[in-house]
Design a protein around this ligand. Structure first.
Ligand SMILES: [Zn+2]
Length: 285
């Protein structure tokens, strides 16, 4: 079966160095395996979207020499597929009217087996969990297990504002696109058991996973659009790509020894080694 990898940014801001690192790792892993690399824009959360950010991200990736296969998939075009998945999950879901602020990290199942008193009341849809450990072997972290019920509780798959949760959409789209190799930031390591659980319930195959370390700023925070990480500059692209490769633990020639982006990518694909990426303990929360 051919390898299919992907990069799936949210258009909540421009591409920053941390997302360039994740894009680079997923690209090299897919291309090293002779596989395809897909691009998906995760634009479900319209209130958080920044106008023009999707196009800016796509242009920046092209400027850095990334070449994706096929058409770009936009999650905002995929609502019927999420609706269908929600219907298939129905035996394991229930409406919840609790405000998120009432609970800490773990939802105690307050609304399980409690029908809505007023169907018109605004509610989220939660997925019933169990407490058997759900485990997988990450290609960078090794074995990782989580008990969903005691760590998170039943989690939201359709938000009270009517937006499908990231957890559901990402699983449906990876299966739809045939993605079998997921390489992404370590902040999603602890989301993965939820994805495995959804894959099991929906009858989807389980991809391989590798969670690459996050780029941390001087304040010790993950570079993210939320804390306004600066857009990655397209001025010195080769230097920036070499820096991304070094961050991923790869040996690399000096940027001055590579005269074109094509030469960089040819070299980087031929030398990519996932075993050289050092795991990083994900930040709490
Ligand atoms: Zn509830």
């Amino acid at each position: 079966m051919p390898t299919i990898g992907r990069f799936a940014p949210s258009p909540t801001g421009p591409l920053h160095f941390g997302s360039l690192v994740a894009a680079t790792a997923s690209y090299l892993a897919a291309r090293r395996a002779g596989g395809e690399w897909l691009l998906r824009i995760e634009d479900l959360d319209k209130p958080r979207e920044q106008t023009g950010a999707a196009d800016t991200i796509i242009q920046t990736l092209a400027d850095f020499g990334f070449v994706w296969d096929g058409d770009i998939l936009y999650q905002s075009q995929r609502l019927p597929a999420y609706q269908e998945a929600l219907a298939n999950l129905k035996p394991n879901t229930y409406p919840c009217t609790c405000s998120r602020k009432r609970f800490g990290a773990c939802y105690p199942g307050t609304c399980r087996d409690k029908p809505l008193s007023n169907p018109a009341q605004q509610h989220s849809i939660r997925l019933r969990t169990h407490d058997q450990p759900i485990c997988f072997t990450d290609q960078i972290y090794g074995k990782y297990c989580q008990r969903l019920e005691s760590v998170l509780g039943d989690f939201v798959i359709l938000r009270a504002d009517g937006i499908f949760a990231y957890q559901l959409a990402v699983v449906v789209d990876d299966a739809f696109q045939g993605v079998n190799q997921i390489v992404r930031g370590a902040d999603l390591l602890d989301n993965t058991p939820r994805h495995l659980y959804l894959q099991q319930l929906l009858g989807f195959p389980q991809p391989s996973y590798a969670h690459v370390p996050l780029v941390i700023d001087q304040q010790g925070q993950k570079l993210s659009k939320q804390n306004l990480a600066p857009a990655v500059s397209t001025e010195k692209r080769l230097d920036t790509l070499v820096a991304a490769l070094r961050f991923l633990g790869q040996t690399c020639p000096d940027a001055s020894d590579l005269d074109t982006l094509n030469a960089f990518w040819d070299w980087a694909i031929a030398h990519w080694n996932m075993a050289s990426v050092t795991p990083q303990i994900p930040p709490a929360g």
